[in-house]
Design a protein around this ligand. Structure first.
Ligand code: FRU
Length: 491
């Protein structure tokens, strides 16, 4: 039996589905059927399938009392939408079921999430909030029973206390939480043997407002090879030159989690993605040991033109995470090869101060290309994507040889959005390899086999489907071009 709040959400979804417009709806990324989506939650493999939950407001395309939306997939490619899993319908989660995670134990699926309450008027953070950690469980992975609050804040003044990430370490369950003490961020740890009773292990890592932001949302802590990764979404970092250009960041530190529950960082914070829209990333360990990562492919307070179409928000593609020295490498999950529908034959190019439209069109494309940095002497060279026939719209991805940077420029990418992001090329680098995934309103770029990535939203018009190569004021060589039209899975 569904609770009345869940049946109400279900009806609201069915009603709004009829009015939805699909021009910018992804062909193969996960997006909500209608309404608003933010963070990925509860990533888990349960009874032979991957489950992805997400922060969801089914009643409008604005953030509101948070529900947990739900989808599952057997292959990481085809996703099935499932009924809303959690609605804010108890006193503890009265104003929202905030972000959290999922674990499987003794063949049951457990969700740990933050119960959110406004102390004053809804939405008035200045009037106070109260956040607790809650537990729910399910036998079939569809219908969840709530077990109420399992962790209260350590002190009542700690208002920001959320986003539990739970994992198995040795013979216990461990939980990481993001918290704010005064104006400083904290990573708190807890431990349990039954998921119901939790022992506080204290602060694993603290930061200061000035250096580390004021809050680490959506923490994740996982082993990778012989090190541990502390991943989080810091709020309040100020832009520093090319770094930290988005409103909030997604960043990680490599280091070691001790048995005494302290995280000893070896590196400083490193940005996880260089695009305009990438936040609240979370990971899961797949049955074959791979570490898979999803993020919300949006940013708080950025324009979201699809709100007028009855839906907004989407998740990134699943990425396989590995470590390469001091950096994380992120590759598109290998299963995504199954998205390829047809390949387009393309030849390498040597351009001299010119622009070349490729015999290729589309809004759902995978593209691979190598740029020769050692013999190209153009000032700027690269790709123009989602180009419209009249030259009014395009998104540029190019090497700026004078700055020594790879640039993603969406100043003319379509409706609403703008901004330029970039990353430094390595001195002495001779080639640059790009793998791109274009969907109807997004671009994900994997640079040099995932050593760097860009995740950004674009809202081009329906005619902006062209792809061009260009070299400005000089020559440029492009090789190993491959392109595929990807399937329209209408997710
Ligand atoms: C991150 C976040 C989380 C919170 C959720 C609320 O984007 O602010 O900290 O749990 O979104 O929707």
């Amino acid at each position: 039996m569904l609770s009345s709040a869940l049946s109400k959400a279900h009806e609201a979804i069915l009603e709004q589905l009829e009015q939805r417009h699909d021009a910018w709806r992804p062909a193969y990324h996960l997006a909500p059927q209608v309404g608003w989506m933010n963070d990925p939650n509860g990533l888990v493999f349960f009874q032979g399938e991957y489950h992805v939950f997400y922060q969801y407001h089914p009643y409008s395309t604005k953030w509101g009392p948070m529900h947990w939306g739900h989808a599952k997939s057997a292959d990481l490619v085809h996703w099935q939408h499932l009924p809303v899993a959690l609605a804010p319908d108890t006193e503890a989660d009265r104003d929202g079921c905030f972000s959290g995670s999922a674990v499987v134990w003794e063949d049951r699926l457990y969700l740990l999430y933050t119960g959110h309450r406004w102390l004053g008027e809804p939405g008035r953070e200045d009037q106070g909030l109260y956040q607790v950690q809650c537990l729910a469980s399910s036998e079939d992975g569809l219908v969840f029973t709530k077990h109420g609050t399992v962790i209260e804040p350590p002190v009542p003044e700690m208002q920001h206390f959320r986003d539990p990430k739970v994992w198995r370490r040795d013979d216990a369950w461990w939980m990481a939480l993001g918290a704010r003490e005064g104006d400083d961020p904290r990573l708190l740890l807890y431990r349990s043997h039954d998921l119901f009773h939790w022992e506080a292990l204290g602060t694993a890592l603290g930061g200061t407002r000035e250096q580390d932001g004021y809050m680490w949302e959506c923490p994740d802590l996982f082993p990778l090879g012989d090190e541990d990764v502390f991943l989080c979404s810091p709020q309040g970092l100020r832009p520093q030159g090319y770094r930290y250009r988005n409103l909030y960041q997604n960043a990680y530190r490599l280091g070691r989690l001790t048995d005494a529950a302290r995280f000893l960082p070896r590196t400083d914070f490193i940005e996880l993605d260089h695009g305009h829209d990438f936040y609240a990333a979370q990971t899961l360990e797949a049955p074959d040991g791979r570490r898979l990562l999803w993020a919300w492919l949006d940013m708080w307070e950025s324009p979201m033109p699809s709100q007028a179409d009855g839906w907004c928000g989407m998740l990134s593609l699943p990425r396989e995470v590995s470590r390469e020295g001091d950096r994380l490498r992120q590759r598109p999950a290998r299963e995504l090869i199954a998205l390829r529908e047809s390949e387009h034959p393309l030849a390498g190019q040597h351009l001299k101060s010119e622009r070349l439209l490729l015999p290729l069109e589309g809004e759902r494309l995978e593209l691979e290309i190598e740029l020769d940095l050692s013999t190209s002497d153009a000032e700027r060279f690269g790709l123009a994507l989602r180009v419209d026939p009249n030259g009014r719209e395009e998104t540029l991805l190019y090497v700026d040889a004078q700055a020594g940077r790879l640039v993603l420029d969406r100043e003319r990418a379509g409706r609403g959005v703008a901004g330029v992001r970039s990353l430094p090329l390595t001195a002495g680098q001779t080639t640059l390899h790009l793998r791109l995934y274009l969907d109807r309103s997004s671009l994900e770029v994997f640079v040099d086999d995932g050593l760097h990535t860009f995740g950004s939203r674009l809202y081009p018009g329906p005619d902006s489907q062209g792809v061009a190569l260009f070299a400005s004021n000089g020559s440029a060589r492009f090789s190993q071009l491959r392109a595929w039209t990807l399937r329209d899975l209408a997710l």
